[in-house]
Ligand binder design. Structure first.
Ligand SMILES: CC(C)(COP(=O)(O)OP(=O)(O)OC[C@H]1O[C@@H](n2cnc3c(N)ncnc32)[C@H](O)[C@@H]1OP(=O)(O)O)[C@@H](O)C(=O)NCCC(=O)NCCS
Length: 186
């Protein structure tokens, strides 16, 4: 099933989505914040798509659609969990919005809150964690305003534009998410 936020929905990725990923990852402003900064071809995206399908269903990447009208949706990015650790009920998450015109409108928060609801209520996670490069101030603001707590940093773990940057670790626990977003039962 799909998961709906205020203006977005999360759904499974289709093969037809792949050319959009190629276009988005060609934009350095998007890719410099993500794990791979290498040029990406459609063939490489297709290989990634096939590998994604082999992952356990809860670790498969999700497409993000933006509602543009009644029953109308535009694919604008991706999110999802990887490294789902079932014994410890934790997972790492990631998020990106491809077209820059959709940044800074609160959609990142909408996506993360929808993903967290899926993670805590459906996958029964206890902890959701992520990593972010120290130069990515927009993402850091997003994570902090959504309730993620900085737990530490790996010093000089990432080389970018001629210098080393710290990599920060953030996480939100289920009880922290509940205290903030789930109304107490009557
Ligand atoms: C990171 C990303 C998902 C955020 O999505 P978004 O829709 O822009 O996020 P939101 O609008 O919900 O929140 C962004 C916040 O950062 C703030 N912001 C923007 N630029 C900023 C900057 N240079 N420094 C500090 N804060 C900044 C915005 O004002 C907003 O805060 P506010 O709601 O208090 O005003 C999106 O920008 C993106 O896809 N970036 C490229 C990929 C990426 O970085 N992914 C994350 C990898 S860890």
């Amino acid at each position: 099933m799909d998961y709906y936020g205020e203006k977005i929905r999360l759904r499974a990725i289709e093969r037809e989505d792949l050319p959009r990923y190629v276009a988005w990852f060609a934009d350095a402003a998007v890719s410099e914040n993500l794990a791979s900064q290498m040029p990406m071809s459609l063939a490489q995206e297709e290989r990634w798509y096939e590998e994604n399908l082999k992952q356990p269903i809860e670790q498969q990447a999700l497409a993000v659609d933006l509602r543009t009208g009644r029953g109308k949706w535009e694919h604008i990015g991706g999110t999802g969990f990887h490294l789902v650790d079932k014994r410890n009920r934790l997972a790492e998450c990631g998020v990106f919005i491809g077209p820059r015109k959709h940044w800074n409108k609160g959609l990142g928060r909408d996506i993360l809150l929808t993903l967290l609801r899926y993670g805590f209520e459906t996958l029964n996670l206890n902890r959701v964690q992520l990593r972010v490069m120290a130069f990515n101030e927009r993402a850091i603001r997003l994570y902090e305003k959504t309730g993620f707590v900085r737990e530490g940093s790996m010093r000089e773990a990432h080389f970018h534009q001629g210098r080393y940057w710290d990599m920060h670790f953030y996480a939100i626990l289920r009880r922290e998410w509940e205290a903030r977003y789930v109304a107490p039962k009557e």
